[in-house]
Design a protein around this ligand. Structure first.
Ligand SMILES: *Cc1c(COP(=O)(O)O)cnc(C)c1O
Length: 378
C-alpha cells in the first residue's frame, strides 16, 4: 500500500480514460445510457444509486481508512442515520459517549428513541462503565475519540474487544482525528463514520458524510439504504470533498503544529483555568492517544475564570479566530459549546461546562493566532 498522502491524491482518481482529464470530472448526469435494456457500460444507471464522481470519493475514503468499502452521504448526520437503521431494530440498544457530538445525541435521543431504540450514555475512557452499560440487546457501541468538545480519549482497541464480547459492533466517529491521525478499522473497529464537512473537506465549503467498513454484509445494508433512502451527496459536493482531501496530510500537520503553539500559550495565561488537549502529558488519555494517534489534532478546548459571561466575552473579542460553529477548515474558529454546538444538551447528562471555549485551530500563521487569542483573553 502506498503512503497516506499518495493515496489521498490518487486513490480512486486515475486520469479519465476517455479524455485524459487528470482530475476526476464532475459527472452531473442524473442518468446513464443503456446499450440495450440492462446494458450498463460501467455499472452506472441512475445517479442516486451511483455516480462516477461519488465513486471516486468513496474509493478514496476507503483507501484512507484502510477499509474495503466506502459510502458517501449528504452529511455526517445522514451517514449516522443510515448506520443506525442498518444496524439496529426496535428493541435494540446502543451505548453512546456521555459527551457525544450534539447532533448525534439529538438524533438518537429525539428520533431513534421513539422508534424503540434505547441508549445509555457513558464516559468511554472508563472501560468498566462501558462494560456495565452493555446489555444482551446492545447492537452498537458508538465511540468518538477525541470527543467533542471535551477531547476525552477512548481506547479504540479495548472498546472493540468490549463490543465484540457482547456481539455488538464498534463504530468510531473519526471526524476529529481524520484517517491521517488515526485509522480505527486497523484497531478493531467495525465501521468508521465521518462528517467530511470538517477536516476531510477542509475548506468549510461543503457538507458531507461517510461510512467505511470491511464488513461486506454491513456495507450491503448501508448501500441499500444509501440508495433506498437517498441522502446522497451531489457530484459537485463529492468533487469538492475530493479536492479537499488531496491536501489533508499537509493540512493536518499544520493544524497540529499550530494547536501545539496555542496550547502552550493558553497554559501560560492567568485567566485560563484548564486546557484540554490530548497532546498534553497531563491529559488523562494522553498515553492511549499517543498509542493510537499519529499526532493530537487541531481542536483545543479550554476553560476561563469567570464562568459563562467571561467565556462569551472571549468569543466576542477574537478577530482572526472567527466566531462560528463547525471545525476542521483552514481558517481558525472559536465557539462557546454551551450556547452553540452543544446547546441541545442543556439540562441533560451531556451538558458541557458553561466556561468552556472550543477552538478549531486553523492553518494561518501561528504568530497571528497567538496574538489574537492572547489579546482576546486580555
Ligand atoms: C459535524 C459532526 C457530525 C455531523 O456531521 P454533519 O456533516 O454536520 O452532518 C458528526 N460527528 C462529529 C464529530 C462532527 O463534528
Amino acid at each position: 500500500m502506498t503512503g497516506f498522502a499518495t493515496r489521498a491524491i490518487h486513490a480512486g482518481q486515475d486520469p479519465d480514460p476517455h479524455t485524459g482529464s487528470v482530475i476526476v470530472p464532475i459527472h452531473s448526469s442524473s442518468t446513464f445510457v443503456q446499450d440495450g435494456v440492462g446494458g450498463l457500460r460501467e455499472g452506472y444507471e441512475y445517479a442516486r444509486t451511483a455516480n462516477p464522481t461519488r465513486t471516486a470519493l468513496e474509493t478514496c475514503l476507503a483507501a484512507l481508512e484502510v477499509g474495503l468499502h466506502g459510502r458517501a452521504f449528504a452529511s455526517g448526520m445522514a451517514a449516522t442515520d443510515v448506520l443506525l437503521r442498518a444496524t439496529c431494530r426496535p428493541g435494540d440498544h446502543i451505548v453512546i459517549p456521555d459527551d457525544a457530538y450534539g447532533g448525534t445525541f439529538r438524533l438518537i435521543d429525539k428520533v431513534f428513541r421513539h422508534w424503540g431504540i434505547e441508549h445509555t450514555a457513558v464516559g468511554q475512557s472508563d472501560l468498566d462503565a462501558v462494560r456495565a452499560a452493555m446489555r444482551p440487546n446492545t447492537r452498537l457501541v458508538w465511540c468518538e475519540t477525541p470527543t467533542n468538545p471535551l477531547l476525552n480519549i477512548a481506547d479504540i482497541a479495548a472498546l472493540a474487544a468490549v463490543a465484540h464480547d457482547s456481539d455488538a459492533r464498534l463504530v468510531v466517529d473519526n471526524t476529529f482525528a481524520t484517517p491521517y491521525l488515526q485509522t480505527p478499522l486497523t484497531l478493531g473497529a467495525d465501521v468508521v463514520l465521518h462528517s467530511t464537512t470538517k477536516y476531510l473537506g477542509g475548506h468549510s465549503d461543503v457538507i458531507g458524510g461517510a461510512l467505511i467498513t470491511d464488513d461486506s454484509e454491513l456495507d450491503e445494508q448501508v448501500a441499500f439504504l444509501q440508495n433506498g433512502a437517498g441522502a446522497v451527496p451531489g457530484p459537485f459536493d463529492a468533487w469538492l470533498t475530493l479536492r479537499g482531501i488531496k491536501t489533508l496530510a499537509v493540512r493536518m500537520e499544520r493544524h497540529c503544529d499550530n494547536a501545539e503553539r496555542v496550547v502552550a500559550a493558553l497554559q501560560a495565561h492567568q485567566a485560563v483555568t484548564s486546557v484540554r488537549y490530548p497532546g498534553l502529558a497531563t491529559h488523562r488519555g494522553h498515553e492511549i492517544a499517543a498509542k493510537q494517534m499519529r499526532r493530537f489534532g487541531g481542536i483545543v478546548s479550554f476553560s476561563v475564570e469567570g464562568g459563562a459571561s467571561a467565556a462569551l466575552a472571549v468569543c466576542a473579542r477574537t478577530r482572526v479566530f472567527t466566531l462560528a460553529e463547525s471545525l476542521g477548515g483552514v481558517e481558525s474558529l472559536i465557539e462557546h459549546p454551551g450556547r452553540m454546538t452543544h446547546a441541545s444538551t442543556a439540562g441533560t447528562q451531556l451538558e458541557v461546562p458553561a466556561n468552556l471555549i472550543r477552538l478549531s485551530v486553523g492553518i494561518e500563521d501561528a504568530e497571528d493566532l497567538l496574538d489574537d487569542i492572547l489579546t482576546a483573553l486580555g
